[in-house]
Design a protein around this ligand. Structure first.
Ligand code: PGA
Ligand code: ZN
Length: 424
């Protein structure tokens, strides 16, 4: 039973304030959780409440969210069973009273939602992934390691935001992570040799100033080979175009290549890439409200490429339903803070799974040391996780948590591998 709740204003990995909460139960156990923050956010996301007070943190303070946690939310949650996640989340959603959590803030509600789950797991003395799904089965996700950063996450790099590697051919999660790390280091030495910079972007991937987007793919394929792996079979490539950021008045602007493509032209661009390169997955290939384009893209290459809606669905079951009805894609990205509660996040994942779609649990570009997404991916057997390059502690803490879960599961640990990308 929840006794008290504290809110905290802490820092994310970009040095911006973000909300966290500590939930204390009657038996004295506590649970802590922190909320991440995006840069290339979708316009349909739940609202991240910020103070807008220019005298503090350039307006980005979250003291209002902290106050909402400690006043209204704490009062409503006191006496509730922390293990009844659904009742707690529904009470907070009703208390907020808006469609997009704009009154209390999705950051305030999510911090409490996750801290309560942590407290309940701690009180039961079990790992968070076991608490979230006591019966299993559990599976260790394929890590989609974002080893080359562009777009809004790295100035003067590629137009597309993320170039990821997916070590699908590894026998275990720890082997997959090791492969990813070896390829990351081989990419670094290749970039150096080519005279490019090897500073990293917001998600820990390198951010070289390449001549074209295709050059990014080509140097990554070389890095996979140089590390001793077969591109495609052992390690595939995944993209996140973050196309809403490229969209200007009906066209997609590729600044690196001095081109502006229509939706139909960009679809053909992807079809060619999917034919030429070992690309297994493309996220936010098109603008977040280009529903017609998404449908056409899925009809064109959805039989062989995982097409992932991030800004398109914003982890919102209503938008997912439209995507399922219109066959807009075959996969959905899952970000807790896009929707703002654990219960709604799990409902979205389960609906996608029932429809035969794949799901990827994801970090944000502004992250903290909170590792909830690692446990969530194992508990719900999403098969894939997106949590950046194997660099920067706010990324590696999630990978390290997955290593710990793998060790805890011992002989029971299963790595999802290529099966994670089976699209129906
Ligand atoms: P964001 O980027 O956290 O900046 O929104 C991540 C993504 O687009 O997947
Ligand atoms: Zn994305």
């Amino acid at each position: 039973v929840i006794r008290s709740i504290k809110g905290h204003e802490i820092l994310d990995s970009r040095g911006n304030p973000t909300a966290a909460a500590t939930v204390t139960l009657d038996d004295g156990t506590t649970g802590w959780a922190a909320v991440p923050s995006g840069a290339s956010t979708g316009t349909h996301e739940a609202v991240e409440l910020r103070d807008e007070d220019p005298r503090r943190y350039g307006g980005k303070g979250v003291l209002k969210a902290v106050r909402n946690i400690e006043s209204e939310i704490a009062a409503a949650a006191a006496g509730k069973d922390a293990a009844d996640q659904k009742a707690l989340d529904e009470a907070m959603i009703a208390l907020d009273g808006t469609q997009n959590k704009s009154r209390l803030g999705a950051n305030a509600i999510l911090a409490v939602s996750l801290a309560a789950a942590r407290a309940a797991a701690n009180s039961q003395g079990v790992s968070l992934f076991r608490y979230l799904n006591p019966a299993g089965p559990y599976s260790l996700p394929v890590p989609l390691l974002n080893i080359l950063n562009g777009g809004r996450h790295a100035a003067n790099s590629t137009d597309f935001q993320e170039f990821m590697i997916a070590p699908v051919g590894a026998p275990t999660f720890s082997d997959a992570l090791r492969m990813g790390v070896e390829i990351y280091h081989s990419l670094k030495s290749l970039l150096k040799k080519l005279g490019y910079g090897t500073n990293v972007g917001d998600e820990g991937g390198f951010a070289p100033s390449l001549r074209s987007n295709a050059e990014a793919i080509e140097v990554i394929i070389k890095a996979i080979e140089k590390a001793g792996y077969a591109p495609g079979r052992e390690c595939a490539i995944a993209l996140d175009s973050a196309a809403s950021e490229l969209y200007r008045e009906g066209r997609y602007v590729l600044e690196r290549e001095n081109r502006a493509l229509s939706s139909a032209e960009l679809i053909e661009f992807y079809a060619k890439w999917a034919a030429d390169y070992p690309i297994i997955s493309i996220e936010d290939a098109l603008f977040e409200d280009d529903w017609e384009g998404w449908k056409a893209l899925t009809a064109r290459i959805g039989h062989k490429v995982q097409l992932v809606g991030d800004d398109l669905y914003v982890t919102n079951i209503k938008r997912l339903k439209r995507g399922l009805a219109e066959k807009s894609s075959n996969s959905i990205l899952i970000k807790l803070n896009q929707i703002g509660s654990l219960t709604e996040t799990i409902a979205t994942i389960e609906m996608a799974h029932r429809a035969g779609w794949t799901t990827i649990v994801s970090h944000r570009s502004g992250e903290t040391e909170d590792t909830t997404i690692a446990d969530l991916s194992v508990a719900l057997a999403t098969g894939q996780i997106k949590t950046g390059a194997p660099c920067r502690s706010e990324r590696t803490c999630k990978y390290n948590r997955l290593l710990a879960i793998e060790a805890e599961l011992g002989a029971e640990a299963r790595y999802t591998g290529a099966a994670a990308f089976r699209i129906s």
